[in-house]
Design a protein around this ligand. Structure first.
Ligand code: GLY
Length: 350
């Protein structure tokens, strides 16, 4: 078992281990004087794990009330968010009470946003059940819901008081969902760990999960400790996402987030090698890890459509787009480019 401590505006532990779900009640009790816990989960995850979590919380002396919403990104909206707030109010949760988010990124983001805003903010705990949520979204306090105009357009920074990652929960994860997290893992390797990329290339999807998840969380912890509110450094975590989000939107979300991030990473890597920013050797190491994990590295979507989509991205400022460019493994830099420069750079990497 590994414990990684985040020192942001709140200090909290990310605990990573195998079979640790039954510890959720006692761990919450150590941290919280809550009377009531609202367990928030989705219709895929709740039938598998909610009873275990409820029993553990009840055993630790909490009153538990459960809210289950239909699984899927389409639930991460204002209606479901308001239903959660109404549920919390109907069940009379007070300022000292607690939310436990049991699920993937959608659940963590939405339950976290409910925790950030209900009674101007109450404590919450993340129990991520997907690889993507374990390595990225459950750590760092970004919470949000989507609007019809785009993803994550309403949100808040609100750190959890605990993140509990149980490897055993990954056993029931469909393969495609598992690969979703692999795109983010390669991203962390490119951002700062050559050995991680080597390990992924050698072990493929049989990589040692606990070690790899812990390494990604350590790297994310370092970024969040230094730049919790995304003034600069944290934007590096968007590596591969500018083009990745565009591919995701142009494919009408038929491709998974992880596949799109992998395509985005591959394109900026090839672009950086072609432009002479990144060595061919580092480029090869990045592309080999992507292919070893069975992730895609190319798209047939045309540059006109991708540019249109990038122009609508919320991170764009007028007339320019900020991209993260890999100058080498462990040397990624934010660069603000004109639209023509972005097109030229991405086309070099297609
Ligand atoms: N997922 C990127 C971040 O937390 O900043």
């Amino acid at each position: 078992m590994k414990t990684i401590t985040v020192n942001a505006s709140k200090t909290y532990d990310v605990v990573i281990g195998n079979g640790i779900l039954p510890e959720i009640g006692s761990r919450c009790r150590e941290l919280s004087a809550a009377k009531t816990v609202a367990l928030i989960s989705d219709s895929n995850v709740a039938p598998l794990y909610a009873k275990n979590v409820e029993d553990s919380l009840t055993g630790a002396g909490f009153r538990v009330v459960s809210f289950v919403f239909p699984a899927g990104e389409q639930s991460k909206n204002a209606d479901v968010y308001l239903q959660i707030l109404a549920f919390l109010a109907e069940n009379q949760l007070g300022r000292k009470d607690l939310i436990v988010a049991l699920g993937g990124g959608v659940c963590g983001d939405m339950a976290g946003f409910a925790a950030a805003t209900y009674l101007r903010g109450i404590d919450f705990v993340q129990v991520p059940t997907s690889l993507l949520a374990m390595v990225d979204s459950s750590v760092g306090g970004k919470t949000a819901i989507d609007l019809p105009q785009g993803k994550n357009l309403v949100g808040a920074f609100h750190q959890p008081i605990l993140v509990l990652c149980d490897m055993a929960l990954l056993e029931t994860l469909p393969q495609e969902n598992f690969l979703d997290g692999c795109g983010e893992i390669v991203k962390y390797g490119v951002l700062g760990d050559r050995n991680l990329l080597k390990l992924l290339t050698e072990t493929k999807i049989c990589f040692p999960r606990e070690d790899v998840i812990a390494r990604c969380v350590e790297m994310k912890r370092d970024v969040v400790n230094a730049d919790e509110f995304e003034g600069g450094l944290r934007m590096l975590l968007n590596l591969g996402h500018t083009l990745g989000h565009a591919v995701e939107k142009c494919s009408h979300f038929s491709l998974s987030h992880g596949a799109c991030v992998a395509i985005g990473l591959a394109v900026v890597t090839r672009g950086a090698v072609k432009k002479g920013y990144c060595s061919a050797e580092d480029g090869k190491a990045i592309l080999s890890a992507i292919s070893a994990l069975g992730l895609p590295s190319e798209t047939a979507i045309g540059m006109d459509d991708l540019m249109d989509s990038m122009l609508n991205d919320k991170k764009r400022t007028s007339g320019s787009i900020t991209c993260v460019v890999p100058y080498g493994i462990g040397d990624c830099r934010r660069e603000t480019m004109t639209l023509m420069e972005v097109r030229n750079f991405m086309e070099a990497g297609m």
